[in-house]
Design a binder for this molecule. Structure first.
Ligand code: SME
Length: 156
């Protein structure tokens, strides 16, 4: 079992600036190292009109831009609910950036009333992300949000 409380402390200590770009880069690199069996971790940032653009990430070059109307990331942006997908092949409009991906977790990052962006995590293993992983990664996203001056980032 992943010790998410320990990861929260480590991430909070790592994010020693208010700068969202630095913190997003550090967070994606940290998660790629800290969690097993991932092939992609990164941020998509909200842009008008209802579009996600690629932000700091770890992994293969990825799809960009993503409209809110498409894919697992789009569903997270539209609904502002975390999307936990055990089998991406079962999602008709899943956007396959890396053919190795089999399961996916996308967490929306909301600042006040505003969707700032999403954190997207892909795994080559089916059903990689449990409910406990979802809760732990949502907490890590809150650490990122609390550490960063998202209200004054270009994504808002
Ligand atoms: N699979 C995502 C697209 C982003 S990549 O996984 C990096 C989706 O369906 O929205």
């Amino acid at each position: 079992m992943t010790d998410y409380a320990s990861l929260e402390r480590q991430l909070a200590a790592l994010l020693d600036t208010r700068d969202w770009l630095t913190n997003a880069a550090q967070t994606s690199a940290f998660l790629m190292q800290a969690l097993d069996d991932l092939n992609w971790v990164g941020f998509y940032l909200q842009r008008q009109p209802e579009t996600l653009i690629l932000g700091p990430f770890q992994g293969l070059p990825a799809c960009n831009p993503i409209p809110f109307s498409k894919g697992v990331c789009g569903a997270a942006a539209r609904s502002r609910q975390t999307q936990r997908v055990d089998d991406v092949h079962a999602v008709p409009d899943h956007i396959a950036c890396d053919a190795a991906s089999r399961s996916e977790l996308v967490v929306p990052i909301v600042v006040g009333e505003h969707l700032w962006g999403v954190l997207d995590i892909d795994s080559p293993l089916p059903a990689r992300f449990s409910r406990e992983d979802q809760a732990g990664i949502e907490r890590l996203c809150r650490v990122f949000g609390a550490a960063s001056d998202l209200a004054n980032s270009p994504a808002t």
